[in-house]
Every structure is written in C-alpha cells, then in structure tokens.
Design a protein around this ligand. Structure first.
Ligand SMILES: Cc1ncc(COP(=O)(O)O)c(C=O)c1O
Length: 364
C-alpha cells in the first residue's frame, strides 16, 4: 500500500496554533525568510499552473527547518512557558547555580538544532542518534558541542534512551519532537515553532501569486511537522490548501495509521530519507493527521533520488527529505483518480516544502 486519500479532510477545521512564536524567531540573530522559488519546468512536467519550492537549506545556518521548532520549545521550557520574545530573555531565566541539561534523540536535524540552542545558552546537551544516520549529520551535532551517543538501534529505541538519560540527570530537560502519553507540552511548542514556515510561505506567495496554494507537500517522520502544516491550513479562511503527507515506504507509520484508522507503529528499515525514518506517529498529532490530511503517499529511495537530481539540476539545494516532496507530488499526480481526489487542475498551485539542504544529509 503506497497511497491513501481522505476527501472529507478539506472540510475539517481546527483552531489556529499560537502565533506567539513569530516575535521570538524574528529576534534570533540570523533569522530571515528562507526562499520560495518558482520552478516553471516542474509545473509543465506535472501539468499544473505553478510549482514553488520552499528552500530550508539555509535556515538559521543549520541546513534544515527543524530549529524553528527546537528553538521555541527550548525557549518555552526554560521560561516556564512565558512566551519569551528574545533569546536574551530566555538566558536570563536560567538559574546558573542549578543549570538544566538538554537531551534529545534525533535522526540528525532536530538534535543539531537542540544542541545549537544549548550552545547559545551555555548549557550542556546530550544527543542520542540511532543507526542509519550519516557521519556528516552526526558530526554536525558534535560540532554544536553536544555529548553524542550513537546507538545500533531504531529511532524509537533512541527516544527511549534519551528518556533514560534525562531521568538520570539532576536537572535534565528532554526536548523531543514527538509526544507520548504524559509528554505533550514540548512537542506542542515544537509544532507551534514550525508554523513560522507556513506563515512565511503564505506571505511570500501573496507577493507573487493571485492564488493561494492548492496543495502543500510535507515530508513526514513522526508527523509533528505534518500536524503543524495541517493546523495552519485547516484553521485559515483565506487558504484551504490540501495537505499531502510523504513518507519512505520503509517508515510509513502515518500512511499505515491513516489506512487502518488507528495509530500504528511499523518496523523501520534503511532509507536515504533518514530524517523521516521514524516508526511511530506522534500521539497528539495523530488526531490531526486522521482528520486533516488529504492524502498520503510512500516512496522508495529510487523515487527520492530521481527527485533529488531533478531539483539539483534546477539549482535547488535539497537533501533527501527535502526532495521527497517532489517525488511525493509526482506520485500523487500520476493518475486522474489521484488528481481528482486532491482537486488538482491545470491551474493548480503547488508548494513543495524542501525541509533540508545537502549539508544536512548527503546520503544519496
Ligand atoms: C529534514 C526533515 N524533514 C522532515 C522531517 C519530518 O518531521 P516530523 O518528524 O515532525 O514528521 C524531519 C524530521 O526530523 C527532518 O529532519
């Protein structure tokens, strides 16, 4: 099974995520909008109106979008959810006589972002990495000064190891980008943090297009980012884009959950899309997936590779997770039945969320 569609998702509505994060992100020293780039040759190939790619390869100099979530979660966790508007405000809230230590498990990008925040705030940081993550991605995390543990284990097992490290520390704070029973505040702040990306897309699109996005393609691991995108588009009156979930076939936990109607874990394999190599959907995000995701598709590495080379030929600096969205859209538009399920016509506007650059993950 590599395809799922839910025609009623477009009519589902939810509350907008908190927008308090915007000011905080704007205060970060390297913050600027990442580019939204139009790719007319892809629009022609796909038989639609316009294609744009949101290029996250230079986000806050960390080569991936993940720092949007990690920065806000760390800021909120260290200030008792005071909705800080600057990093200086966060730093001044830290009790230096009893400083916290940040802990996370990661497929690469999230851990690098958490470690980066710890370094900026002068805090210690422990990062656990499962198998299948490239040396470059591991060294990116080490480069931020974190204590790194690489395990011959799955992502879910790495998350368990991070829980154990946190429990052993005197003042450990687990900054994980997925929720489970009893662990919901931090992932919720991470999801709020990601909304900055969609807000930027809407504004950038308004400047160049009379029409909002008809379809937004999202690379999915545990589905926190997917939750953020669904909450963004299902809470707006001015833009009701369909949302396409894209996963590797070897880690298609969201697709299988959607198809079976209940949260389902899968045994993961090996994939070049290592940031998406997760076996269990985030529990608080799952209801948003079930109600608000219009379609889901899963991909082989070959499909991702072909999209990678198409984007590189167009001078887009995409890593495998970023390029997965093009591969996903190619698969989603491959038959009339699928196009109709998504309401895609020859005028449609599609946005590909390219969430990492080559510097984040060179595995091809
Ligand atoms: C580059 C990239 N894209 C997409 C994702 C998927 O995000 P999520 O795990 O919230 O589904 C990740 C996760 O780490 C990632 O690193």
């Amino acid at each position: 099974m590599t395809w799922y569609a839910n025609p009623s998702a477009r009519n589902w509505k939810c509350d907008a995520p908190s927008s308090a994060v915007a000011k905080f992100h704007q205060s970060l020293s390297n913050y600027e909008y990442t580019p939204l780039i139009e790719l007319p040759s892809l629009a022609q190939e796909l038989g639609i109106g316009r294609v744009f790619v949101k290029d996250e390869s230079a986000r806050l100099n960390l080569a991936a979008f993940k720092v949007l979530g990690a920065s806000w979660a760390v800021a909120q966790a260290l200030t008792n959810a005071a909705q800080p508007t600057s990093l200086a405000q966060v730093a001044s809230a830290i009790d230096r006589s009893h400083p916290p230590t940040l802990v996370a498990a990661t497929d690469g990008n999230h851990g690098r972002a958490v470690a980066h925040m710890a370094k900026q705030l002068g805090l210690d940081c422990f990062i656990v990495i499962p198998r299948g993550v490239s040396e470059l991605a591991i060294n990116n995390v080490r480069g931020e000064g974190a204590h790194v543990t690489v395990l011959d284990a799955t992502y879910d097992e790495a998350v368990d190891a991070a829980k154990a490290i946190t429990a052993d520390l005197a003042n450990g704070i687990h900054i994980q980008d997925m929720s489970w029973s009893g662990y919901t505040d931090i992932p919720e702040w991470i999801i709020e943090g990601y909304t900055t990306l969609c807000c930027e897309v809407d504004e950038q699109l308004r400047e160049v297009s009379a029409y909002p996005a008809d379809l937004v393609a999202v690379p999915v691991g545990v589905g926190s980012f997917l939750h953020s995108v669904v909450a963004h588009y299902r809470s707006r009156d001015d833009s009701a884009a369909s949302v396409l979930s894209v996963e590797p076939t070897v880690a298609d936990c969201v697709l299988r959950s959607l198809a079976s109607g209940e949260l389902t874990s899968v045994d993961t394999g090996v994939t070049i899309m290592s940031g998406m190599n997760c076996g269990t959907p985030s529990s608080d995000s799952w209801p948003f997936h079930q109600a608000g995701v219009d379609a889901a598709v899963s991909l082989t590495d070959e499909q991702a590779r072909s999209a990678l080379s198409a984007l590189h030929d167009l001078d887009i600096d995409a890593g495998p997770c970023g390029a997965a969205t093009l591969a996903g859209v190619r698969a989603a538009l491959s038959t009339d039945e699928r196009r109709n399920a998504l309401g895609i016509t020859s005028d449609s506007v599609i946005v590909l969320l390219s969430t990492e650059g080559r510097a984040a993950n060179p595995q091809v």
